[in-house]
Design a protein around this ligand. Structure first.
Ligand code: 6PG
Length: 248
């Protein structure tokens, strides 16, 4: 049975980012000491960028086992990697170019390809990283943001779960905050196999979505975060005080 999600509330975005960087550090050291590598799935959006910047600087940039890490993405906007809207590009700028990570450790989603090819490419790549015979790897850490509309990665409210039908990666079309509408996303099947899922949520505009995402009575079809419940892992929410309204 899965453990109930844990919620940690911080005074502001910087305190949240510091806690997320600490969590990344702990989980990477633990995974490398236990299994020899750290499989981490990065999130897009603005919230994790401060965490990436902290990790790009000492002590983390010096002390963490960067050479043993494998980077994947939970979702990508269908734009080239050097586009300012690319999730890969943003992580590259904020973190990856500042730490000793080789290109072969970085498994980005190819946003510049036609969507069906990019899906096939990432499906093949997940299989390559996975244990023999498995369709996708068991991720050590998944970072996820939360949209003000409740989306996570590119799993949007009211998207049919039938679209997924056991697939690890799907292409979706969704309007949000003037961001690119064509996207690729991993599905809950992959996220729910993870050892640890870390949600990062900041800002008063997220308060309604956060409360609904944490409410065990809310509809998972409307609030996709409710579909994330790793049976052999732990979901942890790092949130700021502006986003968090304690249940009454
Ligand atoms: C993306 C993301 C998306 C993001 C949320 C929150 O590609 O846009 O992966 O799921 O995490 O939209 O974004 P902010 O952190 O910018 O609020």
């Amino acid at each position: 049975m899965s453990a109930a999600p844990e919620v940690q509330v911080f005074s502001d975005r910087l305190a949240l980012a510091r806690a997320a960087a600490e969590e990344f550090a702990r989980q990477s050291q633990k995974a490398v000491s236990q299994r020899g590598r750290f499989l981490v799935c990065l999130a897009g959006g603005s919230t994790p960028l401060e965490t990436y910047r902290l990790l790009a600087n000492p002590p983390y940039s010096i002390e963490l086992p960067w050479k043993r890490m494998v980077f994947l993405w939970g979702d990508e906007r269908m734009v080239p990697p050097d586009d300012p809207e690319s999730n890969y590009g943003q992580a590259q700028q904020a973190l990856l170019q500042h730490v000793p990570v080789r290109p072969e450790q970085v498994w980005r989603i190819h946003g510049e390809m036609p969507a069906d090819q990019a899906v096939a490419n990432y499906v093949a790549l997940l299989r390559q990283v996975a244990a023999p015979g498995q369709a996708w790897p068991r991720l050590d850490l998944v970072l996820l943001g939360l949209g003000a509309d409740g989306h996570i990665a590119s799993l949007f409210p009211r998207q049919s779960g039938a679209l997924e039908a056991g697939k690890p990666v799907i292409a979706v079309l969704a309007e949000y905050a003037s961001r690119p509408t064509q996207r690729l996303t991993l599905t809950p099947a992959v996220f729910n196999d993870a050892r640890r899922v870390l949600f990062l949520v900041a800002g008063a505009e997220k308060a309604v979505a956060l409360a609904a995402s944490l409410d065990p009575a809310s509809d998972p079809l409307h609030w996709p975060a409710r579909r994330i419940d790793p049976p052999h892992g732990q979901a942890v929410w790092l949130v700021d005080a502006a986003a968090y309204k304690p249940p009454v």
